[in-house]
Design a binder for this molecule. Structure first.
Ligand SMILES: O=P(O)(O)OC[C@H]1O[C@H](OP(=O)(O)OP(=O)(O)O)[C@H](O)[C@@H]1O
Ligand code: HPA
Ligand SMILES: [Mg+2]
Length: 189
């Protein structure tokens, strides 16, 4: 087996436990329940990273809503944004006149969120907001509002609970920081 294939071996330290994430979902779910009461929002999961957070968060929202997914990618398989965003798989729904709530695992440079918000606004949505699990504010290089978030996070590369490295490790039930040697093993190869 290749070193790094066992997910229990790749984490340097845990940042957010399963309980921490559950608390975020309960708190944000209660807020969204209030703010979206009677609006029947279109909840848009940003594939692929948001899926774990989305399924737990929406189950804490006592609000009738519809669900759709948008796959835009900028990181490819790497861990630095390419800066070039493209739609990999578009929404199925028409967003015109809808209150749209984008769910993200993390907002980092902000490029992905800005791209998605601009696209959805351009298509005539009534409102477009975002709820992200993590907000890596220090890395922001475009001006975009993260309307709701679970926690701020520092400038370190995190994995788990949807967040990937090379499209791996999303299934860790918590969020942690990768061991430097795992990154070294793949970078510049
Ligand atoms: O704020 P940014 O610098 O744009 O980075 C944040 C975005 O990058 C990651 O997605 P990625 O494009 O890697 O695709 P994925 O969700 O499939 O992992 C993450 O899930 C966010 O969507
Ligand atoms: O810290 C991160 N981890 C995983 N994916 C990401 N995409 C942007 N930032 C990150
Ligand atoms: Mg993503």
């Amino acid at each position: 087996m290749v070193k790094g294939d066992n997910i229990n071996d790749i984490i340097d330290h845990k940042l957010f436990s399963e309980d921490d994430i559950h608390e975020m979902c309960v708190r944000l779910g209660a807020q969204l329940t209030k703010d979206y009461a009677g609006k029947r929002p279109l909840v848009v999961g940003a594939l692929k990273g948001a899926i774990y957070f989305l399924t737990d968060l929406t189950r804490q929202m006592d609000v009738a809503h519809q669900l759709d997914f948008l796959d835009v990618s900028s990181y490819g398989d790497g861990f630095e944004s390419t800066g070039k965003i493209k739609v990999v798989t578009d929404l199925a729904a028409d967003v015109k006149d809808r209150d749209v709530l984008i769910i993200e695992d993390i907002v980092d440079t902000g490029l992905t969120l800005k791209f998605m918000k601009d696209l959805i606004k351009k298509r005539g949505a009534k409102s477009v907001k975002c709820c992200a699990m993590l907000n890596k504010e220090a890395r922001r290089n475009v001006d975009v509002d993260v309307d709701y978030f679970g926690s701020k996070v520092g400038n370190e590369f995190v994995v788990g609970y949807g967040l990937d490295f090379l499209n791996m490790y999303r299934n860790l039930p918590y969020v942690g920081v990768l061991k430097p040697e795992v990154i070294q093993k793949y970078v510049n190869k």
